[in-house]
Design a protein around this ligand. Structure first.
Ligand code: NAG
Ligand code: ZN
Ligand code: ZN
Length: 345
């Protein structure tokens, strides 16, 4: 196979993966999971018992127990990208007269992002504890739809406040539970949704900025080399103009690591941007991912009055019926509601 075929396959695979991830993420009945189930059944039949136990144990340790592995992976990837940027791209950009100011932006973003990342990891997301639960119960009213009053968490033995959920990884109930994020090894809840949002956007900005600088550098390298006007003699002795594919091939061969990094960053940028926008949307309509997933399969009793609903139920036909306007919703994310217990109670 020649280079261009491999390159086309590479692009097709990346695009297909992106499409599938975007289309099916979070749907239990997706073809993804069907395929995964099928593959795991096939693999299970072919592997010995002890290996199955070992892999089961490993997966359990990795995804169902708290561990810092993904934080290390995150730091490692970041280190690799920044090393590549500092030791290869930076020098080229200086030669091309890119200003120091714009070259320092990625480092500033790195500092900001690391700080937010730290806050996101270290902040208590809003653990429901015996001491705090009396006041936590008053923060949100029960909607009698997804959250019903008086439900006990079987593990924590505490009454669940509205919008809370038990995190199986951390083994605790968390107020305004969004999801458990393995990349920060923490739940995302009432107190750190704001850091999580900022973290996503700063990561996006980082990936986008480095990708732009790198892309700009490669563009200049191509323009300088005069490749666009170049031509070559093909196998029949004819003179051919070097097309864009020729340029791509040239770049791949001249700067393999840089081009690989650029591909990774562009992929990451679109993935993160989609995810960040989804979370921004949720924040703007006053929903958590947990509620969003739950309300997808929800059959509203108000709209299907077969089962009599005695308390007055708000109109559920709209997905975002909680929303009190984007600004107030955002304020609640950045200044989470706290119910201060009156002294002497
Ligand atoms: C967000 O929704 C909850 C109900 O789940 C509600 O109690 C709260 O007042 C809403 N906040 C805003 C700012 O609309
Ligand atoms: Zn619990
Ligand atoms: Zn958790």
């Amino acid at each position: 196979m020649d280079f261009l075929t491999i390159f086309a396959i590479y692009v097709a695979v990346v695009l297909t993966c992106m499409f599938l991830v975007c289309k099916y993420s979070g749907q239990p009945q997706s073809p993804f999971n069907t395929l995964l189930n099928y593959v795991s059944k096939m693999v299970a039949r072919l592997t010995p018992q002890w290996l199955q136990k070992l892999s089961h144990w490993t997966l359990h340790r990795l995804f169902h127990q708290r561990n810092n592995l993904f934080i290390y992976v995150h730091i490692l990837l970041e280190g690799a990208v920044y090393a590549e940027f500092t030791f290869e791209v930076f020098g080229f950009c200086r030669e091309l007269d890119t200003s120091l100011t714009s070259l320092s932006v990625p480092y500033v973003l790195l500092v900001i992002k690391t700080f937010i990342f730290y806050l996101c990891i270290r902040t208590d997301p809003g653990t429901v504890t015996k001491k705090r639960v009396p006041s936590q119960l008053h923060i949100y009213p029960y909607d009698r739809r997804l959250f019903h009053p008086g439900v006990l968490c079987p593990t924590c033995q505490l009454v669940k406040p509205a919008r809370s959920k038990h995190c199986r990884v951390c083994n605790r109930c968390v107020q305004r539970f969004d999801h458990h994020c393995i990349w920060v090894n923490n739940c995302i809840g009432a107190q750190n949704t704001r850091y999580f949002l900022l973290y996503l956007f700063s990561l996006c900005a980082m990936a986008g900025d480095i990708a732009l600088l790198t892309g700009d550098m490669l563009l200049h390298a191509v323009l300088r080399s005069g490749l666009l006007r170049a031509s070559y003699i093909d196998e029949y002795g004819q003179q051919q103009a070097a097309g864009p594919l020729f340029v791509v091939q040239h770049l791949f061969l001249t700067f393999p690591r840089i081009v690989f990094m650029l591909g990774f960053l562009i992929f990451l940028f679109f993935l993160l941007a989609g995810y960040a926008l989804f979370h921004a949307y949720l924040a703007l309509v006053n929903q958590t991912s947990n509620e969003w997933y739950k309300s997808r399969g929800y059959v509203c009793q108000h709209c299907h009055p077969t089962a009599a609903a005695d308390p007055p139920v708000p109109d559920h036909s709209k997905r975002n019926y909680y929303s009190r306007g984007p600004l107030r919703n955002l304020r609640e994310i950045f200044f989470p509601l706290k119910c201060v217990q009156k002294k002497g109670n």
